[in-house]
Design a protein. Structure first.
Length: 187
């Protein structure tokens, strides 16, 4: 790809991230729930990795930018799920731990993956690190499948049991308050 086409790809990736974080997250999480959005995001990211592994033209990369929109649902879904299921006094600690792990993966991941890509340059299938990444995403998806759905009795009981015992107010997690805001706006 030439410099102009590469610039277009970077713009497409940036635009997909903006749309995902500004629009899609606010619609999808209240509509589908945290666990379903995590599953959708993981499936999208796995497909993105497989497509990158076999990419041989620029349109494959632009399709990956489109898939990245749904892939960007994973982190907000995890954060929302954690903040709505841990005890209120533990929310900061839990979200801090998630951000710590995210920071580690953002530092170590590119170093490791760059090394694997360099090793794979002369192979008959130079995209094999992306296949490896899709397998790891598949493992994460299997773990995510064990989580209860947002409507399940276990999830609802967990949310209610983590309410502040001194409060008579109804517990409002991130998703509940977003739905409430949408209901108020529509009236």
């Amino acid at each position: 790809m030439g410099p102009q086409r590469l610039g277009e790809l970077m713009a497409a990736l940036g635009l997909s991230t903006m749309i995902s974080e500004a629009v899609l997250v606010r619609i999808a999480i209240p509509l589908f729930g945290e666990t379903r959005c995590m599953r959708i995001g993981l499936i999208s990211f796995a497909l993105q990795c497989v497509l990158l592994a076999v990419a041989d033209s620029s349109w494959h990369l632009f399709a990956c930018a489109f898939l990245a929109m749904a892939g960007n649902l994973v982190y907000p879904s995890v954060s929302s799920l954690v903040s709505s299921t841990v005890k209120l006094e533990q929310v900061g600690r839990a979200l801090g731990a998630i951000n710590g792990v995210k920071a580690l993966t953002e530092g170590i991941g590119p170093l490791l993956f760059g090394t694997l890509l360099t090793m794979s340059e002369k192979d008959s299938l130079p995209g094999w690190p992306y296949f490896l990444a899709s397998i790891m995403v598949g493992l994460a998806y299997n773990v995510c499948r064990t989580l209860p759905d947002d409507e399940s009795e276990l999830y609802i009981k967990t949310k209610k049991s983590n309410m502040n015992d001194n409060s008579d107010e109804e517990y409002l997690g991130l998703v509940d308050s977003t739905i409430q805001d949408r209901d108020v706006d529509s009236n």
